[in-house]
Structure formats: structure tokens, C-alpha cells
Design a binder for this molecule. Structure first.
Ligand SMILES: Nc1ncnc2c1ncn2[C@@H]1O[C@H](COP(=O)(O)OP(=O)(O)OP(=O)(O)O)[C@@H](O)[C@H]1O
Length: 502
């Protein structure tokens, strides 16, 4: 796909670039200046060197030996320096092709589906990997504003590049922003399904003009960040339009919509509930997205609005994180914090951020814990329709997460119906699933700790989820509902947690 995309620059910027790279024109010298230069005698300073004796006659004085030693030693030093420079050049030239090869290998590892367990990009071992995009290649109009390092750890991938679109082009792509093509609505405008001129499906987000000030800010941040970051766990920015007063963002189209629409569908007629294995895959993808932002970028990026409506699902129900309009570039130190306005979504805000505005990567870890709870329980973060004591998911869940019996009652009712007890393999599958519930619950409990310093790093979360999320080919899951059997096995598996803990 990357090869299909072009980076277009406005012609004015192209000419500005040309100006920047062309050598400065020599300032014209006046004819008088030239004449003066010719006529002016070279300043005659008293020379330290004796005047050469013509003919070397008898009358010539004997040459001082110092005058021979000095030039010879200067010549020798010069030669040594020259040899040293040549050696350095030779070594760096030899080293370069090796580095290129390594980069190429990393690119191969990046290809989705590549059968590799290379951990050249940190904890990523499923073939999806990322790095910073080349800001220049990305064609970002705001390049340089955030002071990003483009040499972040991890392999570099060729940027897909953010294309610049005209309003007309996007109008055509969405059939005139036809209401029938609206796939969702956010705080700052609607998102349309569209098809670009080259046939690429896209999600086109049109910012509403009545939200110009905040919208413009978010637009700039999103273009700035997404043009530079390239990770398979983030929704890719295909381009943008800043045509007169229009502000539009063009994203990769995610055909399965948001995680929110699956976990909390507006109506019962929506798609079938996500199964446990898919939920684990989504949890791992999201953990990797945040790990990428926090630990593979420099300085670290804090998403600041991680929630289940900003997790989008592709055709395989693999997750990618979107919506970077509120993101903050923070410190990459573990205790690095930014004091900022409190923005975000109710129910997902870390307590220290909500009360003091102190934002760290650990604020995202808290929000991640809330999403994990939603995957586990199927509940929304705040639900005033529930009985007293159950309104806020975190306060209701926290004491239950480490209690095996209560945990069983917490599991999303939509999940219980998915397990069947047909044969022994299924029993062991069930037992494993219950172990996994407990392990995921333990991770969630760590992430939603009130004290930020007790929350884990996203790298730790990724490492804990990898063995759980790995699908086991020997186990299968039937769609026959058998809730009493599940309850029975849950009871039988009371020792499972102890084994897992050991
Ligand atoms: N890249 C995409 N592919 C497919 N659908 C998308 C894409 N981006 C957004 N959507 C859909 O549009 C909806 C609105 O997205 P948007 O990012 O504007 O708002 P939000 O994240 O839901 O809310 P807010 O912006 O208020 O936080 C999403 O919930 C999703 O269903």
C-alpha cells in the first residue's frame, strides 16, 4: 500500500525547499571594490622567514636547522591526519551496507503474518512491528513542531506518508459527504466511509466548523503525530485536507468499527458478542499500541483518551488504537509528568490526573485497565442505571478481581454462553479459560491501582498477555450455550488459580 501513496507538497513549499537547498547567490561586487582589491598592496607584515639568498652565494647566511625541522614535522603530522581520515572513511563505508541489511531484515519481520519471533522491536513477536516514520517523507505540514526524535529505538519502516487532499477529492470520495456513508459521529464531527481515487477504502473525518478552535488544535496534533509514527497497532493516517476553512483527516478504514460498538452495542440486533480468544487478542494489540507510544517513541507519547471507542477493529477483529487529538508528548522518564488541562472520557481517567492534572504514561495504563475490565465484564465504565455500589465499574470491580468466586460472577454473561462441555479437550479448554480470566483480572487489578507508581509498565502488560493470548490449536470452542456446565467447571477449577500463581 505504501508504494501507492504519494507525498504531495504544495508548489509553494516545493519552491521554498528548492530555495533552501540552492547555494546562496554571491553578492555582486562593485567595480570600484574590484579595482581596489587589485590595486591594494598585500599587507606587508614583517616576515619571520629570512629572505631567501639569491644564488646561494658566499655571502649567504647559513640556514637555521629549525627552519627545516618545522616544515618537515608539519608535513608528517598532516600525512598522519590524512591517513587517519582515510581509515575512518573506509570503516564507515564498510559498516553502512551491514546496517542497511539489518534494516531490511527488520522490514521483512514487520510484514503482517511473517512467521517470526524476532523481538527486534521490543516485546513484539507476532510479526507486527513499527517505528517512527521519516517526518520528511511523511509530507507533514507541521513537521518539527513537536520536536520528535526520528531515531527512536526499533526498526524504521518506510513511511506510508500522509497525502495532502483537496476538499474536492474528499467530496468525490464520499459521494458528496452523503449521510448514507456516515459510519460514526464523534465530538468534533462525523466520520464517512469513502473510496479514494486509487480505490483505497478510507474513513474520512470531517471536523465541524463550530468547534474550530479545539478542532484545529486536535487536527494539528493528529497530523503531526500520526505522520511521524508508524505502527501496525495504530490506525494509519492516509492523509489530510486543510483546504481553506475545511479540516479533514483521512484514515485507514477499519471495517469492524469500534470496540465499543461490539462490547456495548446500541441494540441487541448488532453483531454477535466477541469471543474470549478475540478479546484477549484485542487486549494484547491495545497493550502493544500503548507500549509503542510509551516506550518505543522518544519522547514518549501519552494518548490521554484511551477508551473503547478509540479502539478500532480490522476485518480480522485485530485492534488498532485511534484518535490522537488529545495526545501529549511527555517525558520518557518513568516518573516524567506533564501538568495539563484535564481532558479525556469519564470513567477512564486516572485519579491523580483527574484531581491534579498530572499526566504520565501511567494515566494511559489506568485507562487501559478500565478497557480490560470492559472486555472481562462487558460493563460500561459508568452506568447510573445499575444498583447503588455498581455505578462505577472500577470501584465495583477492584475488590472482586482477586476473589475467585466473585470473579466468576463478574464475567461478561455474553461470554459464559460461548463455552460447551462436549469432550475432555473442551474441559481443559474451559479450565484454561478460567485460569486466563483470573490472570487477566490480575493484570486489570494492577493497572487500575489508585497509586500510579504501583501500576505496571505497558511492556510488562504485553509480556504477561503474550502467553495468555496465544491461541492454542489443540483447543476448540463450541457455540452451544451450556452455562450450568461452565459454572460447575469453574467450581472444579478452584485450584487452577493457585497453580497459575505458582
Ligand atoms: N478509521 C476508521 N475506520 C472505520 N470507522 C471509524 C474510523 N474512525 C472512526 N470510525 C467510526 O467513527 C466513530 C466516531 O469516531 P471519532 O474518532 O470521530 O469519535 P469517537 O472517538 O467515537 O468520539 P470522540 O472523538 O468524541 O472521542 C467511531 O466510533 C467509529 O465507529
Amino acid at each position: 500500500m505504501s508504494s501507492q501513496l504519494r507525498t504531495r507538497r504544495p508548489s509553494s513549499s516545493r519552491s521554498a525547499m528548492a530555495d533552501a537547498f540552492s547555494p546562496p547567490a554571491p553578492s555582486p561586487l562593485a567595480a570600484d571594490d574590484l579595482a581596489d582589491a587589485r590595486l591594494a598592496p598585500w599587507p606587508s607584515s614583517p616576515s619571520p622567514w629570512p629572505a631567501p639568498s639569491r644564488g646561494g652565494g658566499r655571502g649567504a647566511r647559513r640556514a637555521n636547522p629549525l627552519f627545516t625541522i618545522l616544515p618537515v614535522s608539519a608535513l608528517a603530522i598532516g600525512l598522519v591526519l590524512l591517513v587517519a581520515v582515510a581509515v575512518i572513511l573506509l570503516v564507515t563505508r564498510r559498516a553502512r551496507p551491514r546496517k542497511k541489511k539489518m534494516d531490511a531484515a527488520a522490514d521483512d519481520d514487520d510484514k503482517p503474518g511473517a512467521a517470526t519471533t524476532s523481538s527486534s522491536c521490543g516485546s513484539n513477536n507476532d510479526g507486527r512491528c513499527g517505528g517512527y516514520a521519516n517526518a520528511g517523507a511523511a509530507g507533514c505540514i507541521y513537521a518539527g513542531r513537536l520536536g520528535f526524535s526520528t531515531s527512536a529505538p526499533g526498526p524504521k519502516r518506510m513511511s506510508r506518508g500522509a497525502q495532502v487532499f483537496t476538499y474536492r477529492e474528499l467530496e468525490r470520495a464520499t459521494e458528496g459527504f452523503n449521510e448514507g456513508n456516515v459510519v460514526g459521529k464523534g465530538a468534533y464531527g462525523a466520520v464517512f466511509r469513502g473510496r479514494l481515487a486509487d480505490g483505497t477504502p478510507a474513513a474520512i473525518k470531517r471536523l465541524r466548523l463550530d468547534h474550530r478552535r479545539q478542532g484545529e488544535r486536535e487536527f494539528r496534533i493528529e497530523v503531526d503525530l500520526l505522520s511521524r509514527m508508524d505502527s501496525p497497532y495504530l490506525v494509519g493516517l492516509l492523509g489530510y485536507c486543510a483546504d481553506q476553512s475545511h479540516r479533514l483527516l483521512v484514515f485507514e478504514f477499519m471495517p469492524n468499527g469500534s470496540l465499543k460498538s461490539h462490547l456495548h452495542p446500541p441494540s441487541a440486533t448488532a453483531s454477535p458478542p466477541l469471543d474470549w480468544q478475540t478479546r484477549l487478542g484485542i487486549a494484547l494489540d491495545c497493550a502493544r499500541a500503548l507500549e509503542f507510544l510509551h516506550e518505543h517513541t522518544s519522547p514518549a507519547v501519552i494518548h490521554r483518551d484511551f477508551n473503547c471507542s478509540n479502539v478500532l477493529l480490522d476485518h480480522n477483529l485485530r485492534a488498532r488504537v485511534s484518535d490522537f487529538g488529545m495526545a501529549k508528548v511527555g517525558s520518557n522518564k518513568a516518573d516524567g509528568q506533564v501538568v495539563t488541562r484535564v481532558l479525556g472520557t469519564t470513567g477512564y481517567l486516572a485519579p491523580e490526573y483527574a484531581s491534579t492534572g498530572k499526566l504520565t504514561t501511567k494515566s494511559d495504563v489506568y485507562s487501559y485497565g478500565v478497557v480490560l475490565l470492559e472486555l472481562l465484564t462487558g460493563r460500561v465504565p459508568v452506568d447510573t442505571q445499575r444498583p447503588p455500589g455498581q455505578h462505577v465499574l472500577v470501584s465495583w470491580a477492584l475488590p472482586r478481581l482477586t476473589n475467585r468466586e466473585k470473579l466468576v460472577q463478574m464475567v461478561d454473561p455474553a461470554l459464559k454462553g460461548q463455552f460447551a462441555l462436549k469432550d475432555l479437550i473442551q474441559v481443559s479448554f474451559l479450565l484454561c479459560s478460567i485460569c486466563y480470566f483470573q490472570q487477566v483480572a490480575a493484570i486489570a487489578a494492577m493497572c487500575i491501582q489508585t497509586k500510579a507508581e504501583y501500576r505496571p509498565l505497558m511492556t510488562d502488560v504485553v509480556q504477561s498477555l503474550i502467553p495468555i493470548a496465544k491461541p492454542n490449536p489443540g483447543m476448540s470452542c463450541s457455540s452451544t450455550p451450556l452455562t450450568p456446565a461452565l459454572q460447575h467447571v469453574i467450581f472444579m477449577s478452584s485450584q487452577c488459580g493457585d497453580k497459575a500463581a505458582a
